[in-house]
Design a protein around this ligand. Structure first.
Ligand SMILES: Cc1cc2nc3c(=O)[nH]c(=O)nc-3n(C[C@H](O)[C@H](O)[C@H](O)COP(=O)(O)OP(=O)(O)OC[C@H]3O[C@@H](n4cnc5c(N)ncnc54)[C@H](O)[C@@H]3O)c2cc1C
Length: 402
């Protein structure tokens, strides 16, 4: 394993660091002010378009996609770049067209879509002209077990008819999310993992009702397009909207989640780095009981522990990326689970300490820590709860010693 940056990654990293300094960090205050000033708008404020244009001009575009339609980077090359974007998670990933859930949706279309589906949906997504959502989770069933999904997708002549209710569908409150990838059941009598299919549903199809945005610990994540509850009532789409074949839905969902999970972890390490930076700056500046907070042993302990933890996370993430590149996503399955378990809880711990060092200000809108804390907490559910990953990881471990 060699984790040294190669020449291409080094070059992109330098460019990206400069882009963050010149364009992203200076835009943060205005970005959040515009979000705040427009409570009815879902999606990033229009100023994001200028940043997208600049990122594209500089070749900082679609870095997540390993094929020629994207930047053609390996996971190992992408990891340090995604980490940098995580430092300003509301802006940088969108500016570079590398934001979830679009990245996963583009991968699905790229890997499983027909030429016609690619032309209609992948091309505008890769161009950053539209956004998209992935609709699997349902309020009525425990959705961490994807085989529970109850939405029906029924063949009727040349069409499929979809009925069901989804929630937590990230990005779907944003009118720019023109296409939803919906997971449902085409054959409830098939074997457990062959009942599901995925189908493309344009947002303006009759019967699609985007009802409301869910709140995350009080945040509506408006700038990110929110997390919608959606009702599908007799929604009719052409049969050609099916992705791959009937019964492939579960396997496609699994394929989608490998890269999605590691991308979340890469960006989360960037959040942790920013939290450590803010924690140190605040500890150096703030004086209590006659000396800077930085002189308190307990605060030094938090800072040192944070550094150790983040280095451990980064190494495990790089190892996982390297495995994905060398033995494939399947071969890296246990490591993907391990980083998905380790990263959110560790970054949550670091953010908690950074908030504590900031006093009550740390909980407020004046620092990015509270919103980041709410965001990282959701990653202990999104793309699979901790317990499900632990259960599966433990089973693999137990099997080795049967
Ligand atoms: C901010 C956010 C964004 C999201 N975005 C999307 C999206 O874009 N699209 C989408 O489809 N979904 C999305 N989700 C939903 C997410 O994927 C689900 O919440 C997750 O899969 C868990 O499903 P559930 O909420 O139904 O929990 P349940 O399945 O009801 O599980 C509840 C709890 O049961 C426990 N549990 C379950 N299984 C086991 C087990 N085997 N062993 C031990 N304990 C277990 C766990 O503690 C788990 O948290 C998002 C969620 C959040 C919070």
């Amino acid at each position: 394993m060699d984790f040294a940056l190669d020449a291409r990654t080094e070059e992109l990293r330098d460019k990206l660091l400069a882009f963050m300094d010149e364009h992203v960090y200076p835009a943060e205050a205005q970005f959040h002010a515009e979000v705040e000033a427009n409570p009815d708008r879902w999606g990033p404020p229009p100023m994001i378009e200028g940043l997208k244009e600049e990122a594209r001009r500089q070749g900082l575009w679609n870095l997540f996609l390993p094929s020629k339609e994207g930047a053609g980077l390996t996971n190992l090359q992408y990891a340090p770049l995604a980490e940098i974007t995580g430092r300003s998670g509301a802006i940088a990933p969108v500016a570079l067209n590398c934001a979830a859930p679009d990245t996963g949706n583009m991968e699905v279309l790229h890997d499983f879509g027909t030429e016609e589906q690619k032309k209609q949906w992948l091309e505008p997504l890769l161009a950053g002209e539209i956004r998209s959502s992935f609709a699997m989770t349902e309020p009525d069933v425990a959705s961490s077990d994807a085989t529970n999904i109850g939405t029906s997708i029924v063949r009727d002549g040349d069409d499929y008819v979809i009925n069901g209710r989804k929630w937590w569908i990230t990005g779907a409150m944003n009118p720019a999310a023109k296409i939803f990838i919906v997971m449902g059941k085409t054959d409830p009598t098939a074997t457990r993992h062959r009942q599901q299919s995925q189908i493309l549903v344009p947002r303006d199809t009759p019967g699609v009702n985007v009802k409301r945005g869910m709140h995350v610990l009080g945040y509506d994540d408006r700038d990110h397009g929110g997390h919608a509850e959606i009702e599908f009532t007799d929604v009719r789409v052409p049969a050609s909207n099916l992705i791959a074949h009937e019964g492939d839905g579960f396997a496609i969902a699994q394929a989608r989640l490998g890269p999605g999970r590691i991308h979340h972890c890469m960006r989360s390490i960037g959040i942790a780095e920013r939290a450590i930076e803010l924690m140190c700056k605040r500890a150096n500046e703030r004086v209590a009981f006659g000396r800077p907070l930085a002189e308190q042993g307990v605060i030094r302990d938090w800072i040192a522990e944070s550094r150790v933890k983040v280095e451990q996370l980064r190494l495990l993430t790089l190892k996982t990326a390297w495995l994905m590149d060398t033995v494939g996503n399947k071969g890296a399955h246990s490591e993907i689970q391990a980083i998905k378990i380790a990263t959110p809880r560790t970054v949550e711990w670091i953010l908690d300490k950074a908030i504590q060092v900031h006093g009550a200000g740390g909980l407020s809108q004046d620092f990015p820590l509270a919103a980041a804390f709410a965001g990282i907490r959701t990653l202990r559910f999104a793309d699979g709860p901790d317990e499900v990953h632990k259960n599966s990881l433990a089973k693999a471990e137990l099997r080795k010693h049967l």
